[in-house]
Design a protein around this ligand. Structure first.
Ligand SMILES: Cc1cc2nc3c(=O)[nH]c(=O)nc-3n(C[C@H](O)[C@H](O)[C@H](O)COP(=O)(O)O)c2cc1C
Length: 306
């Protein structure tokens, strides 16, 4: 089973992806990049730098864009083409109101005409391939199923489905019944994404849906960075070994950020985010000490104490 690392804005930047691959071997088939969006009509330089091949050596990345219409789509696609990538993922799942209210991400799923315009715009780039990452709908799980006549006709290599609706954000459970209905009618290869935290869960999904094209994991990999390695190698790492490897990843990231960021305050803010999903691995007390650290010295002492 193919394993993709989900795009996670604020977490899986180029450095995280590169060092994750360095520490955990080649266990991730594709690292999707956090979405590139337009800011005052242009993509941000740092987002473009993040997908440049030179910053992603040795790993397969899938650059992702988020757009509200075909005009934004063309601008973003051309920006990605300039970096020489030949595959682009289109975000139709983002649930965050600043995006969805403006008709981007899951907000697109209630505008079939715009989805159709974007699907047609794809045909203007025969040199590229495209995929979509989406949710079941903005506010109703029927919405994705209703869009399938468009997606089934479109030139898409695959669709990644996170079976929640946008208004749900990350609350409640994934809707596996609607996922199965979507799968049954979708003529494109489907990747499953959502709430996977253990190698056993990957096995269960793979068994339940033998036609799946792959599995994408986000927060589960931030919480247990060895998850895909354990699945691919058929092993289970003990807590100590998991912590040891995770600290190796942390050291590489810390060293990197301390050379590229200006000053201790910026460094402290950035490195603290690394721990956002790691409380269950390291325990409540060490986690709290790291999150509460007010200086780099206190931070380093808290990490040493794990
Ligand atoms: C902090 C955060 C940032 C995210 N950024 C993106 C993004 O840039 N593009 C995207 O398609 N999905 C994004 N997602 C959604 C994840 O890729 C994924 O679909 C979601 O977390 C469900 O998968 P999981 O349960 O394995 O984490 C983000 C999710 C979180 C929590």
């Amino acid at each position: 089973m193919n394993i993709s690392f989900a795009p996670l804005q604020g977490y899986t930047d180029a450095a995280y992806r590169r060092f994750h691959n360095q520490v955990y071997g080649d266990c991730i088939d594709f690292y999707y990049t956090p979405f590139i969006h337009l800011h005052n009509g242009e993509p941000r330089h740092r987002d473009i730098r993040d997908i440049e091949p030179g910053n992603n050596q040795g790993i397969n990345i899938v650059p992702q864009i988020i757009c509200r219409d075909a005009n934004e789509f063309h601008t973003l696609v051309n920006a990605v083409i300039a970096t020489s990538h030949t595959h682009i993922d289109i975000n139709m799942g983002c649930p965050f109101p600043p995006q969805s209210r403006k008709g981007r991400g899951s907000g697109l799923l209630v505008h079939p005409d715009t989805v159709s315009e974007i699907a047609t715009a794809i045909d203007q780039y025969p040199q590229l391939t495209f995929s979509i990452k989406m949710r079941l709908g903005l506010d109703n799980p029927q919405q994705a199923i209703d869009l399938l006549p468009i997606f089934n006709q479109a030139r898409l290599t695959h669709i990644t489905m996170h079976p929640r609706i946008g208004t749900q954000q990350y609350k409640g459970t994934v809707d596996m019944q609607s996922f199965a209905r979507f799968m049954a009618k979708c003529e494109k290869p489907v990747i499953y994404n959502g709430d996977i935290t253990t190698p056993e869960q990957i096995d269960i999904i793979a068994e339940q849906y033998p036609n799946l094209h792959g599995i994408m994991i986000g927060r589960g990999l931030l919480a247990r960075p060895s998850l895909a390695l354990e699945y691919k190698q058929g092993i289970t790492l003990g807590q100590e070994e998991q912590i040891e490897r995770m600290l190796e990843l942390h050291s590489l990231l810390y060293e990197h950020y301390s050379t590229v960021l200006q000053g201790d305050a910026q460094l402290l803010t950035k490195v603290k985010t690394f721990w956002d999903h790691l409380e269950s691995l390291i325990g409540h007390k060490p986690h709290k000490a790291i999150k509460k650290a007010t200086s780099i010295a206190k931070y380093n002492a808290a990490v040493q104490a794990i």
